[in-house]
Write a protein that binds this ligand. Structure first.
Ligand code: KE4
Length: 426
């Protein structure tokens, strides 16, 4: 681990915490982060040459595995024509047409450069279209780092103990109202307390930034019904679930219609891409058509579009990927549950589609309060022991395991065996 240690020492001199995104610093698990030098298929190699089975998958984008030849070749070809023009290109039209074909209830797309930017823009659109200021989000859900979303946020905002970030003015935070995931009463109560003031409800259709917690039956449709009754917009933040749960994402998977859908991760194929989508009527509020301003130098970047178009086109023509990754995740989850039972370890394994997460608690986890009961010290110990066994997991409890089309049966069996040996030591 010498090379990673050396690099981390240097990194901490020039990057806050030695990283460009907090979760990568391994603070939640109290270890020196592994610096990664390359990746291929389901595997990554660290700077010291150690190989791991990768369940981070760049936090979701690598649904087909790393370094997929179709995506690599598309990028290599695109690069030959230039890196960026700041002008409209054919590929932006092609990927938007494809996304509209794959995703229900969307008629227009606006490309941005990250999930954060997609959510920030979607919230501005919701406020601009409704003329209302307040937003309802759910405690423990994470929607990127725009100011109004850094209120009781999930993901690594939880790890650093700063779910309410410094630097967010009270004037901003006051318009962000907090509900509880899987609790429709908490949502209705906020509408009752703020009549005709709520522009939108934003939700991760599957909460994957508190570990993985799926929606209870009726929860998402309940949000749809409340928003319809209250004249608010429903935003599905599908930065993780988009093009992962199904071709059409969570709207297709759960059969619930959102007004605005945000994407990231998978739609960039590993390159920096985000998007927000909705009906023509809504999206034509966005500049230059309408008064909601949003812009970006590298939005729709031709190389990034080439990567995203290659990945989405593959998913569109290979729908069998979805049944395969869900089956792999089910096998992984079942194997880990059996390992927990055989070792009498207090571990819950949640799984929705190709998303999996362990919680170190004897009780089932169906809410954020349940997720917070997980023993974080046990998670840290599990993480370190799994790393030693060649399994690369999220270095924090409040994340997800991402299963890709590249994970083989042998990879899954090796992962379950490693988990069992670690559970025995808990
Ligand atoms: P980005 O700005 O990181 O591209 O996307 C923000 C975002 C928005 N919405 C959801 C549901 C998300 O999960 C994310 C980002 N996910 C985290 C992982 N939990 C990215 C990893 C990181 O922060 O380094």
């Amino acid at each position: 681990m010498e090379r990673s240690s050396e690099l981390f020492a240097r990194a901490k001199e020039v990057l806050p915490g030695g990283v460009n995104s907090p979760v990568r610093a391994y603070r939640a698990v109290g270890m020196t982060p592994r610096f990664i030098s390359r990746a291929d298929g389901a595997y990554i190699w660290d700077a010291d040459g150690r190989k791991y089975i990768d369940y981070v998958c760049s936090w979701g984008p690598m649904i087909l595995g790393h370094n997929h030849p179709i995506i690599r070749e598309a990028v290599q070809k695109a690069v030959m024509d230039g890196l960026s023009f700041g002008a409209p290109t054919q590929r932006e039209v092609e990927i938007a047409e494809l996304m509209i074909r794959m995703v229900p209830n969307v008629e227009m797309v606006r490309m941005v450069n990250s999930g954060t930017e997609a959510v920030m823009s979607a919230l501005r659109l919701a406020r601009g279209a409704t003329g209302r200021d307040k937003i309802i989000k759910f405690e423990g859900c994470y929607h990127g780092h725009s100011d109004c979303m850094l209120v009781k946020a999930g993901s690594s905002a939880m790890d650093g103990g700063c779910p309410d970030s410094a630097g967010v003015p009270a004037g901003t935070a006051k318009d962000t109202l907090m509900a509880q995931y899987n609790d429709l009463t908490s949502v209705q109560q906020l509408f009752d307390e703020n009549p005709k003031q709520v522009a939108c409800v934003i939700v991760e259709p599957v909460a994957a930034n508190m570990g993985v917690v799926g929606p209870n039956p009726g929860f998402l449709q309940g949000l749809r019904d409340i928003c319809d009754r209250e004249g608010a917009l429903l935003i599905f933040d599908e930065v993780i679930t988009g093009f992962r749960l199904a071709k059409g994402g969570a709207q297709e998977y759960f059969g619930v219609r959102a007004d605005i859908v945000t994407f990231g991760k998978i739609i960039g194929g590993g390159m920096p891409v985000g998007a927000y989508c909705g009906s023509r009527e809504l999206m034509e509020h966005v500049a230059p058509c309408g008064p909601v301003y949003q812009a970006g130098t590298l939005a729709g970047n031709p190389v990034a579009m080439a990567a995203g178009l290659a990945q989405l086109s593959y998913l569109d023509t290979h729908p069998e990927v979805y049944t395969a990754i869900a089956a792999s995740a089910e096998k992984l989850a079942q194997g880990m549950r059996q390992a927990a039972q055989e070792t009498h370890a207090p571990v819950q394994i949640n799984q929705v589609g190709s998303l999996v997460a362990p919680f170190f608690t004897p009780d089932s986890v169906q809410s954020f309060s349940g997720a917070k009961r997980s023993d974080l010290k046990k998670y840290a110990s599990y993480f370190g022991n799994m790393l030693d066994r060649g399994i690369y997991l999220a270095p924090a409890q409040f994340e997800a395991m991402f299963v890709s089309a590249a994970h083989t049966r042998a990879d899954l069996e090796q992962t379950v065996a490693a988990a069992k040996s670690v559970f025995e030591s808990l």
